[in-house]
Design a protein around this ligand. Structure first.
Ligand code: PHE
Length: 450
């Protein structure tokens, strides 16, 4: 039944595609804005701990289960423990999460894509840089953000239609190194500004009074979002991995590379924010308001702005490919649909959900559910509920329901001799990660008092 399954052609391809899923607007847009809103270094430190203690173990668990099952996420979790088909709920919740994320992610990606021509025109004409006014009129508009969003969804659909190894691998092998190079260039610019050091302090000098249960839960949720965990993306990617991939070293490199990109993005944004006296806590608009203004005050700055948004667009593309792949793999696997049909259904679903998300920042700003607009609500539910709970369930399956020997066999594949880190990681999957998720979750919802 599965002999026709497509896959990553090499272990290098598996690494770059996984990095391409992890690195995205999460690094460049979400990480800086959440760090800014939550007071800086204490949040960053909590986030780093969450990646190391929870994110990495769950990443390994997802890859192992995916490669063992070689199916889409729903089918993988439905069958991974015989007679316990209910674990399929992880896969279904993951499909819901993929739609929720894509609904607002494609809106933000639309802003990013639109900033490429916008800043290019400003650069060529030599006019003033894009100001916060321009961003507000874009994000709270009606037709403009909707058209950009639709354009992004169509663009991603076309890439995904090209197939797994051909489309994804080819695209990501090309974009990742460019992205890193551009980011480092931006860092050098930002760090050599007078007054840049304040931004470095903001990112690295923790003030622990800034931490609260909600902030810690948000850091944990960001770790899941960042590494594309808890919703089947990494299970699906695991299912495309060849047996030449050593899962633990591969996942460690992915987590390290992804975190490095976030830090590099933070180092491009915060020194500049402080040097020019912007508000670090300005929220989702941080990237769009500060970057153009900041770069514009430097020689060739308008061109750096173009580069920066090009880089962000490339990152967002890799992440969206992997998001869309979850429902597409399910629809074309279990539901037996042709790939183009599966992509069409997925893209339509995203746009249906994405429309109210986008309009909730403008036309429908007054419509609130649980005190939040639709955009914020979808983001809140996926980050603070769906992904952490999905991750918890995955850790429980991997650590407590799968026979240990069977699970370890997957981690030991392609390892020449049994390395020390495998039992360590197993302990994290079985005990530490689930315990931390439960604690942070309960604490985040105020169960232990304020
Ligand atoms: N990790 C991606 C980012 O940081 C977002 C993402 C989440 C992708 C979940 C896939 C699954 O932008």
């Amino acid at each position: 039944m599965e002999t026709q399954r497509d896959g990553f052609a090499s272990s290098v391809g598996a690494f770059t595609a996984t990095v391409a899923s992890a690195v995205g607007l999460g690094n460049i847009w979400k990480f800086p804005y959440l760090a800014g809103v939550n007071g800086g270094a204490a949040f960053v430190l909590t986030y780093l701990l969450a990646v190391a203690l929870v994110g990495l173990p769950i990443l390994v668990a997802e890859h192992a289960i995916g490669r063992k099952m070689r199916q889409d996420a729903v089918a993988s979790y439905a069958r991974v423990v015989p007679k316990e088909g209910f674990w399929a709920v992880i896969g279904y919740a993951g499909i819901v999460a993929a739609f929720f994320i894509m609904a607002f992610y494609s809106d933000v990606a639309g802003w990013v894509f639109s900033y490429i021509p916008k800043s290019l025109i400003a650069a060529i004409r030599g006019t003033a840089p894009l100001e916060s006014k321009a961003f507000i009129s874009l994000s709270s508009g009606t037709w403009e953000p909707l058209l950009w969003q639709a354009g992004v969804v169509v663009f991603i659909s076309i890439i995904v239609l090209a197939g797994v190894s051909k489309g994804i691998e080819r695209a990501t092998k090309l974009t990742m190194p460019i992205l890193l190079g551009l980011l480092i260039l931006c860092d050098i610019r930002a760090l050599t500004l007078p007054g840049a050091f304040k931004g470095v302090q903001f990112l690295f000098e923790p003030d622990f009074s800034k931490l609260s249960g909600a902030v810690i839960l948000s850091a944990l949720g960001l770790a899941f979002f960042k590494l594309s965990l808890g919703m089947g993306t990494m299970t699906t990617y695991g299912s495309y991995m060849p047996h030449t991939v050593r899962l633990v070293p591969n996942a460690s490199r992915v987590a390290l590379a992804d975190t490095l990109v976030s830090i590099l993005a933070g180092l491009a944004i915060f020194p500049a924010v402080f040097a020019f006296g912007f508000e670090p806590a300005s929220g989702p608009s941080l990237l769009f308001i500060s970057i153009p203004a900041v770069f514009s005050k430097m020689p060739l700055g308008n061109y750096f702005t173009v580069l920066f948004f090009l880089l962000s667009a490339l990152a967002a593309t890799g992440a969206m490919i992997s998001l869309i792949e979850v429902p597409v793999a399910w629809l074309s696997g279990k539901m037996n649909l042709k790939r183009p049909t599966a992509v069409l259904i997925t893209a339509t679903g995203i746009l249906v959900l994405g429309l109210p998300a986008t309009l909730s920042l403008g036309l429908w700003a007054d419509v609130k559910l649980f005190n939040m607009g639709f955009f914020d609500l979808l983001d809140y539910i996926q980050q603070n509920l769906l992904l952490p709970l999905g991750g918890l369930a995955i850790a429980l399956v991997a650590g407590w329901r799968l026979p240990k020997a069977e699970f370890l066999r997957e981690l030991e594949t392609a390892e020449p001799n049994k390395p020390w880190y495998i039992p360590v990681l197993y302990t994290f999957i079985k005990f530490i990660a689930p315990a931390l998720i439960i604690l942070v979750f309960l604490n985040g919802f105020g169960v232990f008092g304020k």
